[in-house]
Design a protein around this ligand. Structure first.
Ligand SMILES: NC(=O)c1ccc[n+]([C@@H]2O[C@H](COP(=O)([O-])OP(=O)(O)OC[C@H]3O[C@@H](n4cnc5c(N)ncnc54)[C@H](OP(=O)(O)O)[C@@H]3O)[C@@H](O)[C@H]2O)c1
Length: 245
């Protein structure tokens, strides 16, 4: 159904989008603002489309907008084997970066398959302590001090945290400006803005095959607890999708 104030969609249109403001979408029927939905491409299944919205837009706003990546730049993505990381690796490669992906042991080959030039196993190596430096870091799982991340940046490099603890984000807000004045390095939090334009942009990249949204597993609606358990166990690569029959 389409609401009376909506002039974007018609009843029966196949749409997709992120349900964040509405406390999730594990249901056959949901009500959502048309502002954040987009028309599902006819040649894409609902499962393929469902893998894109939040993760794809995070990666786009991180790598394209904040990263402003130039060919040859060194980019590190922390948590690169998950949903947003999967898109971020491929986007950074598309913009010509030399990409390092960080995730657990079981996801190293997966990150390589997405195009990562280098991979780091976070269970064995701390990328903020190995002496290497990057032009841009996108962090999907921030928990270290702002100083540690600044150490891993080249002069004038930028670090953006998307996911992580509130305490970590707070210290970035307090210490980040001081680090910038002292060293010229940026340590910041990225507040992702949901919007249709970005969703359509990343979906077009998927449609044309420039980016491949990898779906690790599909579960039925009745299997949601199992799907969440699989995610929680740290084994999921890319995306896990719920199928509504
Ligand atoms: N800032 C904003 O506006 C905004 C908006 C929406 C969402 N978010 C946040 O953005 C994040 C999106 O992440 P996502 O969807 O890509 O999550 P995800 O699919 O869970 O991926 C996170 C990845 O990080 C890995 N990881 C865990 N601990 C790690 C560590 N110590 N070092 C390196 N990697 C580690 C995970 O592996 P394991 O399997 O080993 O745990 C997983 O592969 C979420 O935290 C979400 O809450 C932020």
């Amino acid at each position: 159904m389409a609401g009376k104030n909506n002039n974007q969609f018609q009843p029966g249109d196949e749409v997709f989008g992120e349900m964040g403001d509405y406390h999730g979408g594990f249901a056959e029927y949901v009500c959502a603002s048309g502002r954040i939905l987009a028309l599902k491409p006819a040649d894409m299944t609902f499962e393929e489309a469902a893998a894109i919205p939040q993760a794809g837009v995070i990666a786009l706003q991180g790598i394209r907008d904040k990263g402003q990546i130039q060919p040859g730049q060194k980019v590190l993505i922390n948590g690169a084997g998950g949903g947003a990381g999967m898109f971020a690796i491929q986007l950074a490669k598309l913009y010509g970066a030399e990409v390092t992906g960080v995730d657990n042991t079981g996801k190293l080959d997966f990150m390589r398959s997405l195009g990562a030039d280098h991979v780091i196993d976070y269970t064995r190596e701390d990328f903020t302590k190995n002496g290497k430096q990057y032009d841009f870091i996108l962090d999907l799982i921030a928990y270290r001090s702002a100083f540690a991340y600044a150490r891993a940046l080249k002069p004038n490099g930028s670090y953006y945290a998307v996911g992580g603890s509130v305490a970590t984000f707070l210290q970035f807000l307090l210490i980040g400006p001081w680090i910038r004045r002292a060293s010229g390095k940026h340590v910041r939090v990225l507040a992702v803005q949901r919007n249709r334009k970005d969703l359509e942009y990343i979906t077009e990249l998927c449609k044309t095959g420039k980016i491949i949204p990898f779906i690790d597993k599909r579960y039925s609606l009745s299997e949601v607890p199992e799907a969440l358990r699989y995610l929680g166990e740290g084994r999921a690569k890319g995306k896990v999708v719920i199928t509504v029959e």
